[in-house]
Design a binder for this molecule. Sequence first.
Ligand code: ADP
Ligand code: MG
Length: 471
Amino acid sequence: MTADMLANVSTAKLSRQESKRILKLARAGLWTRVFPAGSMERPRLLVGRERQAAKLNALMDELLGRVEGRGGGTLGVVLYGPRGVGKTVLLDTLAEFAEGSALVVRGTGNSLASVSSLIQFVLGKISPAPETTRSSRGKLALGGTGIEGGVETKTLGGRPQAGSVEDAMIALVGDSGGGMPKPTLMTFDEAHVSDPLALGALLNAVQLLNGKGWPVAVTLAGTPDVLDVLRGAKATWFLDRGASRRLIPVGNLTDRECALAISEPLHCAGVQFDLDELDEAAKWCRGSPYFSQALGLSALVSAYEEGGGERRADFREGGPVGTRFQEAALNRYVQAWADIDDKGLTGCARQLGALWRWSQADPNREIDSYQVDQAVQSGLRTPPINVEAQHSPREAKRHFRHLGLLWSPSGSRSGPWEVGVPSFFDYVESIYQSETAFGYHRTLEALNADLAGFIPRESSSGEERGRPASS
Ligand SMILES: Nc1ncnc2c1ncn2[C@@H]1O[C@H](COP(=O)(O)OP(=O)(O)O)[C@@H](O)[C@H]1O
Ligand SMILES: [Mg+2]
């Protein structure tokens, strides 16, 4: 039997039991639990993640020794993508699934803030020893040196201290009292904030243990710049060898998948709506899983608060659900805007947005690195009024990756590129087009003049160039 982490997760239909629960939650007014937009809870339907699940299942098969003549190579994967795309949900689903058959050790990028914090983190995860070894552990805590799982450990400031990450990892994985090393799955969310040295030490330790045939795997999740951190780590083999297995891009959903994530829980909650209208409205999400939950939530609240006795959600353009959703979305955009505005990078975002709309107009269009570089440089040349751009083009590009607003699903540094949270770039455009909003429109002429430098001429006319700034 092979691993199937989605076996107990609703991906297309909700069970009867789950349906009943949803109705109860909705009646009790616990609407954010039906559509947990951005909260810790898993979405009721985890839609559209078959490709990612297949790679995670393959990892588990290898970890649990279910693969004949394992291909070799170090056990580890990296989930990367924009913010709000569902990386944490996938990591948590995997961890929950793995709990039945492996020791699951959950950390974050903060656990990887430095080599010493990594060592402390790993040692802190070693389970209390059985009776026979407890005394030696007690001694450890008091000071001096001891031998644990064949590893010499020392104490520093009263805490156990292994000499290296490798020692700590050996102690963790081999910590079953002399028996076989136990399958161990380590997960690190928000791994893009890791220190490259610590991350490199971790991956090299895993490589060493795997080399001895010990079952330990690492799963990292982070915004697209997690790949930059990995390239900075002294473990570039992690990206170079077996990259197709190891790289797991997590991107947007299709409109259809967004609609499904919304319609099923709404049905269960006893909400009436027109399916065609929902299909149209689902496009407002622009494929973002976060926004699918936000739209579902808007519909649910609207139906319960304003839908009268019949609990109807009106998804029509300009209707109550849309209005509510726009408000929720605006909060999200304002945050993202703040992340780039004080650094003088909104001009870059405006140009990237124009590039994105150009690419979306034809499925054969891809955004290459040259275009991204030109768009970023153009934005830096023409920063918003009264703001000094503080970044070099390289730093600016990295910042967009760090914010999850720019990424290359292939994981390659040369693209092709996509923007994360596409609807945010629509918001940026609306601010730039508005003549009442702080004067950003005054830079439009210069920005528009640059578009020809990175958007092919024959297709850079009309709406794709944005309306020219009128006076
Ligand atoms: N496959 C999915 N189907 C439906 N909703 C999803 C899916 N993945 C994520 N979500 C929802 O999107 C939001 C963001 O997910 P999260 O895992 O926190 O994103 P990330 O960690 O990438 O920032 C959450 O509200 C979550 O419930
Ligand atoms: Mg997350």
